[in-house]
Design a protein around this ligand. Structure first.
Ligand code: OGA
Ligand code: NI
Length: 368
């Protein structure tokens, strides 16, 4: 997410209500990318062909994003805190190792989602989503008719606040496994918010309070399924975006790489460390830190030979709390770069416009 002036944010608020979907339907029939892939067709439909400027480059350098050993927070605290601080400022991304989440649990999480995407079509279609909440089985983001689509299907699930989580009934173990895994994500989220607060030079509970308190945070997830793609040079598995929420815990596919992040205006490919959980700063933490921490753009390239499954778990502020730069960080030299907006409002806007929505608004603004 780029730094926006207060002015632009107000503009964004205005656009938001106009862009909201006014029906709970998609603008065109939904096609599952998995079924396109399985059809064996060698040419992808036009609707997936990206404009030249967005297509993936053939040669992308590979870089190691910072690896943070979480046991370091106990053993060599100062050093590890410094590494995390650097990662948040310079990369917006890091990989957590020795995070304390059992490998068996992580394996089961991956296995269950993989199984879901391999259930029969009728089973999956029972959970077909709509743009109203996005919960369930989906194949597009945004409701603009004729929009260029990504080469992926997904399952989106709201877990916290507890309401009526749309769990798939198959595979039967999925719910229990995800409940177990959620506990771990909440634990990691709490630890990291403390670390981020201290690193920003404020009291350790500042960010958690700004999120609405540990008991009221939002937690939702997206399991991504990237089917094989016959023309990976023309499309993307997931378009360039920054994550709108607080922070994201990503379980990448360990066998199939594909995640790229924008570093110093260049795309770099990420090769995840073994058993790592990738953490990235979302837009709300960029706002709270007044842009000291960066919510960095990332994307996923499609793969010609292998399907890929990943799980992005979003740790978010409470929906209705106003998010704005924390007051201790505002000085004459560093004025607030963002005006207050609830996460709910922000998210509604992103959902209506699709992942590139916020960039469109920014470029509209810069043209005036
Ligand atoms: C996401 C995301 C990356 C991946 O779901 O927001 O960035 O590797 N996923 O699937
Ligand atoms: Ni993302």
């Amino acid at each position: 997410m780029k730094v926006l002036s207060c002015h632009v944010e107000v503009e964004m608020g205005k656009q938001k209500s106009e862009a909201e979907p006014d029906s709970c339907d998609w603008p065109e029939p939904i096609v599952r990318v998995q079924s396109l892939s399985e059809s064996g067709e060698l040419l992808i439909p036009n609707q997936y062909i990206k404009p030249q400027s967005e297509r993936p480059c053939l040669y992308v350098k590979e870089m190691n994003i910072p690896v943070i050993d979480m046991t370091g927070l106990v053993i060599s605290r100062e050093e590890t805190m410094k590494q995390i601080s650097e990662a948040c400022r310079k990369w917006g991304f890091f990989q957590l190792v020795n995070h304390g989440v059992w490998t068996e649990l992580v394996d089961r999480v991956r296995e269950n989602w993989r199984k879901f995407f391999h259930e029969r079509k009728e089973v999956k279609e029972k959970y077909a989503n709509t743009p109203k909440t996005y919960e369930g089985y989906g194949s597009r983001l945004g409701v603009e008719k004729g929009a260029i689509l990504d080469w992926s299907d997904y399952y989106y699930l709201n877990y916290l606040p507890h309401s009526h989580t749309k769990w798939p009934a198959h595979p039967p173990s999925l719910r229990e496994v995800m409940e177990e895994y959620t506990k771990e994500i909440l634990r990691l989220g709490e630890v990291l918010l403390k670390v981020f607060s201290l690193n920003l030079g404020v009291k350790e509970d500042t960010l958690q309070n700004a999120f609405g308190g540990a008991k009221d945070v939002g937690a939702c997830l997206r399991a991504n399924f990237y089917p094989k793609c016959p023309q990976p040079d023309l499309t993307l598995g997931l378009s360039s975006h920054s994550d709108p929420g607080g922070m994201t815990f990503l379980l990448p596919d360990e066998q199939v790489f594909g995640l790229q992040i924008r570093k110093d205006n260049q795309w770099v490919a990420i090769r995840p460390a073994r058993d790592a959980i990738i953490v990235n700063i979302g837009d709300q933490l960029q706002v709270l830190s007044n842009s000291i921490y960066k919510s960095v753009e990332h994307r996923v390239v499609a793969n010609p030979d292998k399907q890929r499954v990943s799980l992005a778990y979003f740790y978010n502020p409470k929906n209705d709390i106003l998010i704005q730069p924390i007051s201790e960080l505002i000085t004459l030299e560093t004025p607030a770069l963002y005006s207050p907006m609830t996460f709910e409002e922000y998210r509604r806007f992103i959902r209506a416009k699709g992942p590139r929505g916020k960039f469109q608004v920014e470029s509209l603004k810069s043209q005036r």
